[in-house]
Design a protein. Structure first.
Length: 427
């Protein structure tokens, strides 16, 4: 990792370097995905099967797992995992339950009634990777808020393992989270099947969940046909630390994100040059003990940075500019600054709230905006799975009172048919 002293310019060069990670979508991949989408739209299950054989080497014997079958997978995982996933589900449920919105209605003395109806989407699709990047925690983070929102049916798609069987831990998580049905299919063909529907796979209203570049590209191309959660970029962590922070903690937390991907970014903002040096030493020491050492080292070399700031005010200002996915405040009084953080996906306060706590267990969602989009996007939540519609009831007398204003506004916009819709009622 490089150490940079903040001077108003050097730190912003880091931002420009991070922007290069996204770049333009690979035209070859985009064209392949377009072909897959077109094939599935036109030929349904036949195309899904063809692409699955082509890309995965074959179709599993069992392609659908019903809800009652999912419970059996809880018996195939060890007790420690079952306990952990159940406890995590409880925390995630309790946190997201507070996000639930209610329909409302107001009734005025003049007889006017207005309100808003809030309801869950009818059917949602969750994509879950099933190979080496298998994430049971993502099943919980996507399915639990959908259940709270009142989604009628949750469909999960996930590719089988190399042996043709589903990942037991993913299936166990699906059981705990309340998934209704699982289809053993992955890739862009699974996303297209969810978007358009096939004879076997039902059409959904929204697709959520992480996936490889083909899955991400398919979601992006199909947005509008179906809603999606977000187009996620590489993972990122930004840590703001003062001299009271523990360098061994900082090093471990930076590497916890760097291990995701060679494109992941891990940045430390600190007011202490000594802490910067100590953290570098800790990274060198700890990385040798980690399985994904090569990925971590490449990530830190290309997109890692330690920036020494003049004070915490400068660090906070830069943190808001960067708008990171994960932000840790490893400072002596973290609660003092929570009101100052305007742009971040999720904020972790103090030395005992490391980022993996949020990834797996505490309750807040780990599906977060990346690549600076925390400036205007929010984490996945119950709101992501609802739709709202408003309603209006006016009496003749009240419309009469409002008619002149409405006609004036309509005619100002040149929409005479709008104005006539009002006039015709009072001839």
């Amino acid at each position: 990792m490089r150490v940079t002293k903040a001077n108003g310019k050097a730190e912003y060069a880091v931002v420009e370097n991070l922007k290069k990670r996204a770049g333009e979508a690979d035209e070859k991949i985009t064209e392949i995905v377009r072909t897959i989408i077109k094939g599935v739209k036109e030929n349904g299950d036949e195309a899904v099967r063809e692409y699955t054989v082509r890309f995965d080497g074959g179709v599993p014997k069992k392609t659908v797992i019903e809800k009652d079958e999912l419970q059996g997978y809880l018996e195939l995982v060890d007790e420690s995992f079952k306990t952990a996933i159940t406890n995590a589900q409880t925390n995630i449920y309790q946190f997201h339950l507070r996000q639930a919105q209610q329909s409302w209605m107001t009734t005025e003395e003049n007889g006017v009634i207005m309100g808003q109806r809030v309801r869950g989407l009818k059917r949602v699709g969750i994509y879950v990777p099933g190979g080496t990047a298998a994430y049971p925690s993502s099943v919980l983070m996507n399915a639990v808020p959908a259940k709270i929102a009142g989604v009628e049916e949750i469909i999960m798609v996930t590719p089988p393992g190399k042996d043709g069987n589903p990942n037991p831990k993913i299936m166990a998580a699906a059981a705990v989270a309340g998934v209704d049905k699982v289809f053993m299919v992955g890739g862009a063909q699974a996303v297209a099947a969810l978007a358009y529907g096939t004879e076997k796979i039902p059409k959904v209203d929204k697709i959520v969940g992480p996936g490889n570049i083909f899955v991400a590209t398919a979601k992006k191309l199909l947005y509008g046909v179906v809603d999606i959660d977000m187009v996620a970029g590489p993972s990122e962590i930004l840590i703001v630390a003062d001299k009271t922070a523990d360098p061994s903690f900082l090093a471990a937390d930076l590497m916890s994100q760097a291990e995701h991907d060679v494109l992941a970014s891990a940045i430390l903002l600190t007011t202490s040059s000594d802490l910067a040096r100590s953290t570098m030493h800790e990274i060198d020491r700890q990385v040798k003990m980690l399985e994904r050492e090569t990925i971590i080292e490449k990530s830190l070399e290309d997109y890692g940075e330690i920036i020494v700031c003049e004070d915490l005010e400068q660090a906070i200002q830069f943190a808001n500019e960067l708008a990171p996915e994960h932000l840790e405040l490893c400072v002596s009084e973290p609660l003092k600054y929570i009101g100052r953080i305007d742009n971040a996906g999720s904020v972790f306060l103090g030395n005992w709230s490391p980022e993996p706590l949020g990834d797996y267990y505490a309750g807040p969602n780990h599906v977060l905006p990346t690549s600076g989009t925390a400036r205007f996007f929010s984490p996945l939540g119950v709101d992501s799975f609802i739709k709202k519609s408003s309603f209006i009831y006016y009496t003749c007398a009240e419309l009469r009172k409002a008619k002149d204003d409405i006609i004036t506004l309509a005619e100002a916009e040149g929409l005479t048919a709008h104005a006539n819709s009002i006039k015709v009622r009072f001839k």
